[in-house]
Design a protein around this ligand. Structure first.
Ligand code: MRU
Length: 356
């Protein structure tokens, strides 16, 4: 596969999260689409809070933000000895780890930094500190490169025409470009994406607030629909392919993604529409055998009881799972940064990791 575009040829958006000594800078996604604002965070706790409250969200973006949180720990630590430093590091690691449970990129990124620290335990403290900061930066840079590759792989296998997406797996959900976002952007540049259908994605509206905003910003022609319109649009023959992101793909190909993904997958099968997920290897958790093992985050009732800050229901009991699990039988293929994985997923995912 040949990389034909540079990131700056695919998007006008800046990175959603970046690090400068003493601060983590991120786009506050809770303010979009009304306001585009970058915020500066100066402590580990502020980064953890930003992840919990979804100022930053999307599996790869959460991973990069958490890694930068550890870099901030380096900048703010007042430890005088290696032991004191490691005690604080463990606390920072735990605090960031306990923010959101479903997206595996969070744990992947934190463990990548932690494992490196453990491998270098005998080195001088200043060197360990330098390693933490540079590893966090590497995680962010590699995310953009992975997205670029997925974008080009995906554009090779998606049919020309109208594509439907759910939630936001765009630039905002990653460091830059997006997973789904990269595929759509390459197709847009190639002229093969005719129209993008964007599901609004209740309850938090990542489709309406974030996907519609960022794809419109980059000049992609789109139509926004409410989630319950997707089936009718498919029945009318107006969707040629569906692509969604993933928060965790497990060894047999089952995957967790934003609530509502499973419904789309079943509808896609009924209508013979190819259904892809797009995710880097950091989203694949080979330690879990089936989707039933994925922890599903439940969020607060207010997200369902309100919409855009307005109360839309009486104070009744609410069930608010943030993700659902799509069984692999509904998947046409998994677009990764190492190529497209086709069924049988269990065998081919194993092979993908052997190639590593
Ligand atoms: O709750 P969110 O907004 O973090 O959920 C995001 C999604 O479900 C995305 O589709 C997924 O993280 C993939 S992002 C490239």
């Amino acid at each position: 596969m040949e990389i034909r575009y540079k990131p700056e040829e695919l998007t006008r958006l800046p990175r959603s999260v970046r690090y400068e000594p003493g601060k983590v800078i991120m786009i506050d996604q809770t303010l979009l689409p009304s306001e585009f604002k970058e915020i500066e965070l100066r402590t580990v706790d502020e980064v953890a809070e930003a992840i919990i409250t979804m100022k930053i969200r999307g599996a790869p973006a959460i991973g990069a933000a958490a890694a930068f949180g550890l870099a901030l720990f380096v900048d703010t630590s007042k430890a005088k000895t290696k032991e004191e430093f490691m005690e604080g590091f463990e606390k920072a690691y735990e605090g960031l780890k306990n923010t959101r449970p479903t997206a595996v990129n969070l744990f992947w990124a934190l463990n990548r930094v932690k494992n490196l620290v453990e491998e270098h335990m005998e080195d001088p403290l200043d060197e360990i500190k330098g390693l933490i900061v540079s590893e966090a930066q590497k995680i962010a840079d590699e995310d953009v490169e992975a997205n670029l590759r997925m974008g080009h792989y995906g554009a090779e296998v998606l049919p020309d025409g109208n594509v439907l997406t759910h939630c936001n797996a765009g630039s905002l959900a990653t460091v830059q470009l997006g997973t789904v976002g990269a595929v759509l952007r390459v197709m847009h540049r190639d002229g093969t994406l005719k129209l993008l259908w964007v599901d609004e994605t209740r309850p938090v509206l990542q489709g309406a607030r974030l996907s519609a905003w960022e794809y419109h910003y980059d000049g992609i022609s789109l139509k926004l629909i409410t989630d319950n319109m997707a089936g009718f649009v498919m029945q009318q023959g107006k969707v040629d392919a569906i692509i969604v992101g993933a928060d965790r793909i497990v060894a047999n190909g089952d995957f967790a993604n934003k609530i509502g993904t499973y419904t789309l997958a079943v509808l896609a099968k009924e209508h013979g529409i190819p259904f892809f997920t797009v995710a880097p290897l950091s989203t694949i958790d080979m330690n879990l055998k089936s989707g039933r093992e994925i922890p599903i985050e439940e969020r607060k009732p207010e997200e369902v009881l309100t919409c855009g800050g307005c109360k839309i229901a009486p104070d009744v009991d609410v069930y608010n799972p943030a993700f659902d699990v799509t069984p692999h039988k509904y998947l046409t293929g998994i677009i990764t940064d190492k190529g497209v994985v086709w069924p049988p997923f269990e065998r081919n995912l194993k092979r993908l990791f052997k190639k590593e």
